[in-house]
Design a protein around this ligand. Structure first.
Ligand code: ZN
Ligand code: FE
Length: 256
C-alpha cells in the first residue's frame, strides 16, 4: 500500500484543484478541475498522464476543465449520480457507499447535500484524505444554495465522524475570511484565536492553509460546533436544537 501523494493546483480566484497520484502504480487523478490549463501544465511538467477526474458537485468552478482534460487524456470522469443531468461529461456515477479506487487506494463516497443537492465527498482512509468540495471548508462550510440547514448539518455530521487525523482538501482558499467570521461567534475560544493568528501569518506569506486537519476543525470551526455547549452559550442559544444553532450561524455568515 502506498498513500496518495496530493498536490494543490490553485485556479481561478481562490479555487484549489487537487492533483492526486498513487505512486506504486502511477495512477493519477484530478479532483474538481475548475479549468484545464493549470492541470495540463502540472501534468506536463511532471511527465504524467491523467487517468481519472473526480467531481464533487456540478458548479462550473469544479467541473470547468472536465471536457478538455477528458478529450486530451481519455480520463474517466466520476461524479455524483444525482448530478448526472447537470454534468454532461460523466462516465461513471456514484452514490453513498460506492467505492472509487486510485491505484491501490480505496475511496468511499459520501452523499453530502446542502451546498448543492447532489454534492458528494470522497474519503480515502488509507491516505487520511477527504475531498469535500464546497461542503466543509477550513473554519467554514459552503453556502446553502440547494439545501436546508437540516441537510447540511447532517452532511457535516458524516464528515465530522471521520478520524481526527483526516486531512481536509476543500474547494476554496476561504480560510482567512472564515477565521474573521469565526472569532465573532466564539471570541473566547483560545484554540480558535491561536489558529486565526497562524492563518493570518500563513496568508501574509502567500502560503495555502489547506489541507486542514479535522481534529482542529472540531475545536475551532463554528459550523461543526452547533451542538457544543460553549458555542451555543457564546451566541445566546444554550440548550437549543443543534440544527437551529447551525442555521443561526450560517445566517450570520451569509450576512457577514
Ligand atoms: Zn460550489
Ligand atoms: Fe466552488
Amino acid at each position: 500500500m502506498s498513500a496518495l501523494q496530493i498536490e494543490l493546483i490553485p485556479a481561478l480566484t481562490d479555487n484549489y484543484i487537487y492533483l492526486v497520484r498513487e505512486p506504486a502504480s502511477g495512477t493519477t487523478a484530478i479532483v474538481d478541475p475548475a479549468e484545464a490549463q493549470p492541470v495540463i501544465a502540472a501534468l506536463e511538467g511532471r511527465g504524467w498522464t491523467l487517468d481519472l477526474i473526480l467531481n464533487t458537485h456540478h458548479h462550473g468552478d469544479h467541473i470547468g476543465g472536465n471536457a478538455e482534460l477528458k478529450d486530451r487524456y481519455g480520463a474517466t470522469v466520476i461524479g455524483p449520480a444525482a448530478d448526472a443531468h447537470r454534468i454532461g461529461t460523466l462516465d461513471r456515477t456514484v452514490r453513498e457507499g460506492d467505492h472509487v479506487t486510485i491505484g491501490d487506494q480505496d475511496g468511499v463516497v459520501f452523499e453530502v447535500p446542502g451546498h448543492t443537492s447532489g454534492h458528494i465527498a470522497f474519503w480515502f482512509a488509507g491516505s487520511d484524505a477527504l475531498f469535500c468540495g464546497d461542503t466543509l471548508f477550513a473554519l467554514g462550510c459552503g453556502r446553502l444554495f440547494e439545501g436546508t440547514p437540516q441537510q447540511m448539518w447532517a452532511s457535516l455530521g458524516k464528515l465530522r465522524a471521520l478520524p481526527d487525523s483526516a486531512m481536509i482538501y476543500c474547494g476554496h482558499e476561504y480560510t482567512e475570511s472564515n477565521a474573521r467570521f469565526a472569532v465573532t461567534i466564539e471570541p473566547d475560544n483560545t484554540a480558535l484565536k491561536d489558529r486565526a493568528a497562524a492563518i493570518a501569518t500563513q496568508r501574509r506569506k502567500g502560503q495555502p492553509t489547506i489541507p486542514a486537519v479535522l481534529g482542529l476543525e472540531k475545536a475551532t470551526n463554528p459550523f461543526l460546533r452547533a451542538d457544543d455547549p460553549a458555542t451555543q452559550a457564546a451566541i445566546g442559544m444554550a440548550g437549543r436544537e443543534p440544527v437551529a444553532v447551525f442555521a443561526e450561524i450560517r445566517g450570520r455568515k451569509d450576512r457577514f
